[in-house]
Design a protein around this ligand. Structure first.
Ligand code: ZN
Length: 647
């Protein structure tokens, strides 16, 4: 059966699914490890809901009860609007937009909800309903989750539940400023305030710490339960030490212990499986101190790693055969291995809207002294890409059916491969001439460096060597990459730029540089043509195009190797920065007409445990295809770890 990346769409949101590649290749012990960590990643969901606003858990209960028990007309406009509202609340883990932080208002009437509640029976709602209606319907009540407006009291005007009633911004800031100043080791500050709600009782401020036995203790106990099970099936003793420390932190809430845990976690790189579980990012607190709960589980992408290794071991061959001047080549060349991971479960503040790359920890001194982990989540990137198939984008911007077929057939394999060539070989190839300052190209350096790596990939993706290594299926595949690369560099990447602006970002500049240089030197083998008022890229000679990429690669390598600042400046200024206003306008209009959802989120897979006759777990397999509402309702049922009121 074909994996379906796209799921439903509502409001400004598109739900996607991601595929956990290679899970079935893992050992049973690793599968169990992932399974237990995944359960731990789901058990903190209620914490995040309560952090996002003190009424969120009650509102969720109210809405879900109506959704499940409403006996009226489920096709009415009111009920349809109600469904959309509930789906948005699920998506945002609360009543404020996940990205914009504004409270979104229901498209149904208060009367509708009041009547529904009456019909179902008010005894089904074990809290004061009257308190909730203005929170849902009145635009003046809790209008923003995180308020950043200068000049206002950010603590009192933010709906996030990190500060108790009656606390002003000045009081909160003073409280934590004092903690910082009184700390004995200022070079190694703790993450003050990270894991607590600040409250005020009889005029005195104190912290209610999130730990077992403390605030959110019930959820934390459940998390600890799964972390302990995970510990027993960890891949190595370092992972066990990491988990022991995390449990100790959850039990004590002690911020020293948190730093110790972080240091152990950064140092554990031997295993395939890794995770995040805890109070992590502080974007939800207007003062940037309190950390929202998130959890996710991942493992090393063996397929992607193997693919990268096949290139890395042949690095010298690629270096020797590249079209650059021999003086600029390395005599011994070693490839680089990039770490690509597969997400196995997303939870808390990473669900359903997720980052595709993660770089932790956040403590500056821990990063400086012990390093950090930085990863690309390959299967989420893939899901974004695959989900875009059939959304009309290629139909709108690719010139004709034959080219669209080509792209349809080869795009995925070529995109990944080009990234691998760029990362594993491109950046590592070539050498500076003796005495050349590595920073000689100054502000143009990063664009030139990215162009060099991209060109290395573009040149080689057409090489028979890749088919020989089993990395491209045939000698046609590269054409898809050539087409989409130029289409992106000349046209479609402009959708990410505001009208009137120029190209700023180094990767975008590099793509524009390559595409526009090629267009200027193509002698007709690449053209921008117009059909019925719309602009398209037309490529008539792919082999000639490869030679152009080779020529530019040789020149860019020369610039880099000799530190030729003037040539770098001239290339970047001529080809990489300017935007043709008319073309930009056209591309933006065509893109807008596609009406694509601006925000996307993910539905998690389900892990199904199989047991043998003795009741022992014999295998775990993955099930996909759960509906969005089903998953959300299941999580609310199975991972309801907190009481509805946590004041
Ligand atoms: Zn790069």
């Amino acid at each position: 059966m074909k994996f379906e990346y796209n799921s439903e769409r509502f409001a400004d949101l598109q739900m996607l699914r991601y595929q956990v590649h290679g899970f079935e290749l893992l050992s049973l012990q690793q599968k169990l490890y992932i399974y237990y960590l995944s359960e731990a990643a789901l058990c903190g969901r209620d914490i995040l809901w309560d952090q996002n606003g003190r009424y969120n858990l009650r509102i969720r209960h109210l809405l879900e009860t109506v959704y499940l028990q409403y006996a009226g007309d489920r096709t009415s406009d009111d009920f349809r609007a109600f469904e959309v509202y509930l789906k948005r609340v699920w998506f945002s883990n609360g009543i404020h937009h996940h990205y914009a932080c504004d409270k979104f208002l229901p498209g149904f009437s208060e009367t509708f909800l009041r009547n529904a509640v009456q019909e179902i029976g008010t005894d089904k709602f074990p809290f004061d309903l009257e308190e909730l209606f203005p929170v849902i319907f009145d635009p003046e009540v809790m209008p923003k989750r995180v308020n950043q407006a200068d000049g206002q009291d950010l603590v009192q005007t933010s709906a996030a539940n990190y500060y108790g009633e009656g606390i002003s911004q000045v009081e909160a800031e003073t409280f934590y400023q004092r903690q910082k100043e009184e700390y004995a080791d200022p070079a190694h500050p703790l993450m003050f305030g990270m894991n607590s709600r600040l409250v005020k009782k009889e005029g005195v401020l104190s912290e209610r710490v999130w730990k077992s036995g403390g605030l959110y203790g019930a959820a934390i106990e459940r998390i600890i339960h799964w972390l302990r099970l995970a510990r027993d099936v960890a891949e190595n003793v370092q992972q066990q030490a990491v988990l022991d420390k995390l449990v100790e932190f959850y039990q004590t809430g002690d911020l020293h212990t948190f730093d110790e845990y972080t240091i152990l976690w950064v140092g554990e790189t031997a295993g395939d499986v890794d995770f995040t579980n805890g109070f992590t990012e502080s974007y939800g607190d207007p003062l940037g101190l309190k950390a929202s709960w998130e959890g996710y589980v991942n493992f090393k992408d063996r397929e992607a790693t193997a693919r990268a290794e096949r290139l890395s071991v042949n690095a010298q061959w690629f270096e020797d055969h590249s079209p650059v001047d021999p003086r600029f080549k390395k005599s011994t060349c070693r490839g680089v291995s990039a770490k690509v991971i597969v997400a196995a479960m997303l939870g808390g503040d990473l669900y359903p809207s997720s980052a595709i790359g993660i770089n932790l920890p956040n403590s500056n001194w821990v990063r400086a002294e012990y390093g950090s982990k930085s990863v690309t989540i390959g299967n989420l990137t893939e899901a974004y890409k695959k989900a875009a198939h059939g959304n009309g984008f290629m139909e709108e911007f690719v010139i004709d059916d034959a080219t669209r077929d080509l792209v349809e057939r080869y795009d995925d394999v070529c995109d990944d491969l080009h990234t691998d060539l760029h990362e594993c070989l491109g950046h590592g190839s070539g050498q500076l001439l003796p005495g050349v300052d590595p920073d000689a190209l100054k502000a143009y350096g990063s664009t030139i460096e990215e162009a060099r790596a991209d060109l290395f990939g573009l040149y080689y993706i057409a090489d028979a060597k890749l088919t020989e290594l089993g990395l491209t299926p045939d000698g046609e595949a590269y054409k898809s990459q050539y087409y989409t690369y130029l289409m992106n560099g000349l046209m479609t990447q402009l959708v990410r730029i505001e009208p009137g602006r120029q190209i700023e970002e180094a990767h975008m500049r590099n793509r524009a540089l390559i595409a526009h240089w090629v267009l200027a030197h193509a002698d007709g083998c690449v053209q921008l043509v117009k059909h019925e008022g719309k602009t398209y890229v037309q490529i008539s000679d792919y082999a000639a195009l490869r030679q152009l990429f080779g020529r530019l690669l040789a020149e860019i390598q020369r610039i880099k190797s000799e530190g030729d600042y003037e040539a770098a400046r001239s290339l970047v200024e001529t080809y990489a920065i300017q935007v043709d206003a008319a073309l930009h306008h056209e591309v933006l209009e065509r893109y807008r007409a596609l009406n694509l959802a601006p925000y996307k989120g993910f539905i998690n897979p389900e892990y199904i445990v199989e047991r043998d006759d003795e009741g022992q777990i014999s295998d775990i397999h993955i099930r996909y295809g759960e509906a969005y509402d089903h998953q959300m309702l299941r999580y609310s049922r199975d991972y309801q770890t907190l009481p509805l009121i946590n004041d």
